[in-house]
Design a protein around this ligand. Sequence first.
Ligand code: GLC
Length: 741
Amino acid sequence: MQRTMVLITVSAIVLLGGCTNSMRPSMQSAADKRVEELLVRMTLEEKVGEMTQLTLEVVSRRKDDRHVEMNIEKLREAIVTYHVGSILNCGGSANTIDNWHEIITTIQNVATKETRLGIPVMYGIDSIHGANYIVDATLFPQNFAMAATGNVDLVRQASEITAMETRSAGIPWNFNPVLGLARNPLWPRFYETFGEDPYLTSTMATAYVEAQQGNDISDPTKVAACMKHYLGYSAPRTGKDRTPAHIPDRILREYFLKPFAAATEAGVATCMVNSSEINGLAVHASKYYLIDILRGELGFEGFVVSDWNDINNLWQREKVAATQREAVKMAVLAGIDMSMVPYDYSFTNHLIDLVKAGEVPMSRIDEAVRRILKVKFALGLFDNPYPRADAKASLATAEATSLNLQAALECITLLKNDANLLPLSSDKKVLVTGPTADLLSVMNGGWTITWQGDREDLYPAEKLTVLEAIRAKAGADNVRYVPGASFEQPSDLNAVLEAARQSDVAVVCLGEKPYCETPGNIDDLNLPDAQKQLVQTLVWANIPMVVVLLEGRPRLLGTIADQANAIVMGYLPGQEGGAAMADVLFGDVSPSGKLPFTYPKYTGDLTLYDRKNSENYQPQWPFGHGLSYTTFRYENLTLSESQIGMEDALTISVDVTNSGTRSGQEIVQLYLQDMVRSVTPPVRQLKRFTKVYLNPGEKQIVTFTLDVADLTFIGADSRPAVEPGLFKVYIGSQEAEFELK
Ligand code: GLC
């Protein structure tokens, strides 16, 4: 018993990310003394100001679609009078980098030259798929598409570029990554996640955070990252954004907590809170989640920022506070260090009053301000809070654009390819049709130039839509275009029929218009009927059909899944998505993406891949599915041992051969099954993956190592556990058993 207990303690630390300070970038050691010296000099008003975050709109006005003009009087009121320590957002749409330099310089001039202590402002922004609020920045595939690449290095490199371009504007704080698990396909923020699996998400979380922050967040190409939205935000019971999640504690730890543990382990500097509730507990007011788990179990040492207006929402929406003042009190006492207020000084005024009334101890204020100042010092803001003029050159470099194209190419997932309709030969007469064929916004989604991403007029004209890219590839004379349908309404179906009769193949671009957060709520996961009618029309035209899906979540295809000869998932592939899609459709590149989520078939069956033995799994396409233009053969799955002890590691190898006629990449996935367990075991869980590139006939021996941490689960007592017994390993078509003694 003793041995097992020791093991559990070890795995608890490893599993839940509790770790010593030495495992994080030295955010504390460099500036502790300076923080304390500053803290003792600060008045209550200055301290509470540090905990206050305002949106840019409060201190500026929109000059035009690409520029903001600061309102110096409002800015002085915020910073000099109220000592506001943080400002966020873009003021409505992306600004040019020159304008960002003006904005940040004006703010820091007031903060450092017109206040008593000269504490710099910490500016925060959502760079969700690149620095999306900087005009002309590199806009990558959204995170669920980055997960589909199965290429951790690509995620790392894209994150590095995002950090560099964000900081190039003088902005040192990025409200990303979203670490929720996409376990309800209705949820409108599905595309911001890395998919449904905790291991895949944790792996991408670590890569993303480490790339954002590097070893020193004062580096002019790095930013403070922000793990969000802690905790359980991504699993609203109804699929509607910002609505209750019912997540039992054991499930919370088995699935939802793991990516946050991984990000904490990676040294993430900040954390943003779930707007809603778990099991009736509003997370913004929960000591259990914000102190007991986040601080006590994960060992998170950075600071916690509320989400948008969510302290007020404790009073106005969640109804756990009878007054606004009560909401401020409960949120600050629960562990919120900074309030994204974002429009006024209500938080500031209430909190000053609460401290003076003795209802919030100064020790709690000092704790919050200390955490905030530590990050500001670690960012180097006290040494230089200003944008660097030379940083402008780091925006949208050719290398970044090239990497972006690679990311778009590697995320595209071939779901179906009957009779090898794809790739198309460039002499084909192609009909392009459908609502997502000739738009850039449908390939980027929300958080693109504007919050909703729907200002097509502001997208860069030089980037190619799918239609434009196909024309460039096949020759304009070989391509006919008939819109065929809007997102909800059929149109011009006779013209579609006529064009189909003069074409060899139809590329039907379906999916969703851009959306972000609650505006993206839907009541029906099915694709709208108009899109199904368009496909049916092409069936009548008896023309071979390739369906391209550009969507932020897996919309149900119904009859389309059988009617289309080939189906390609483009996700939200970013600004190079059009070019990438054409490269894949015409075979310049063999698709290599794999679904990071289950693609459901029925509205009444949203079972996920890590289902239990009692559940039937009948998706349209399973988690991890993705075809290629070549084929891969798996052989000789070999385990180093048939039995291992608690302290042992297990080496697993498999031969992967490109058995086809084209070069291609393959994401080799290792799944594990615990055959018998005291808590019902999932049928399988992803435990490792790697991506290989193989030429025709080439073989690579892929090796993985598992240890007892990989066999650990959350037991009935909500604590990490591992139990002797039989386990099965699955890789491709191969499987093998081993026993844990
Ligand atoms: C939004 C989002 C959050 C974002 C914040 C600032 O409401 O929930 O993800 O970082 O507000 O824009």
